[in-house]
Design a protein around this ligand. Structure first.
Ligand SMILES: Cc1cc2nc3c(=O)[nH]c(=O)nc-3n(C[C@H](O)[C@H](O)[C@H](O)COP(=O)(O)O)c2cc1C
Length: 217
């Protein structure tokens, strides 16, 4: 598959078929992910691939904790955000609403319970970072996530990054036995897209380059 085409076409998928993904395919994807650059080639990423009954068990626990704690998907800012940023998030999610209406789904429930359920994907990949590393190494995990979503797309698979699980890190660690010294940084739902679901017709817009770039010469 053409790289530029993959970059343009890839999008987060929020309805998956239950069909399992062969382990060999997941291994091929992860081998490509580990080709990603990392500072001093530290390759600091660690992956936990959760499938089958354990994936279901993880989601049951996350949904239970979500109902108890009600921590929702959010930008996670530590200071008030500039309007430009908050507007982008709100606008993108507003564009999702017509598709959710077709499904008779309510936004908060769909996004939060859906995230906890990895949107029905048969595979959840959890990316961890040893807490001996500085926060600067989160960049390397982010680069890895970028490779992961594109590599999966190249295999005809779909993904949705799921950051919400970090709000329920203790539950995640408990269910899949992650040691105390590993931080849960991000996860991704992985599987085959359900193209019959209206939500998968949704694609987020992007702003003009001028909104992001300042040239210095
Ligand atoms: C770090 C990170 C965390 C994310 N967490 C979630 C999440 O918890 N739930 C969700 O539905 N989407 C999540 N997403 C997906 C974003 O909403 C999505 O990437 C964004 O809206 C742009 O859409 P696109 O991926 O289709 O291009 C996350 C994406 C990233 C990069």
């Amino acid at each position: 598959m053409d790289l530029f085409q993959a970059i343009k076409e890839r999008k987060s998928i929020r309805a998956f078929k239950p069909d399992p993904v062969p382990r060999e395919k997941i291994e091929e994807i992860l081998r490509l992910v580990t080709q990603a650059p990392s500072a001093i080639n530290l390759q600091p990423w660690e992956f936990i691939v959760v499938m089958g009954g354990e994936r279901e068990r993880l989601s049951r626990r996350l949904i239970k904790s979500y109902h108890e704690k009600q921590i929702s998907c959010s930008p996670g800012n530590v200071k008030p955000l500039a309007d430009t940023f908050s507007k982008r998030g709100v606008e993108s999610f507003e564009l999702m609403n017509p598709y959710l209406e077709q499904m008779g789904a309510q936004f908060d429930r769909f996004i939060n319970e859906g995230s906890c359920n990895f949107y029905g994907a048969p595979v959840a990949i959890i990316m961890c970072l040893d807490n001996a590393f500085s926060k600067a190494r989160l960049v390397d995990i982010g680069v890895g996530l970028g490779y992961l979503v594109l590599a999966a797309y190249g295999f005809g698979l779909a993904t949705c990054p799921i950051g919400l699980i970090t709000a329920y890190e203790d539950d995640v660690k408990d269910v899949v036995n992650i040691p105390e010294n590993k931080d849960v940084v991000i996860s991704a739902a992985l599987g085959y897209p359900d193209w019959d679901s209206p939500i998968n017709r949704f694609k987020t817009p992007r702003e003009h380059l001028n909104s992001f770039v300042r040239w210095v010469e």
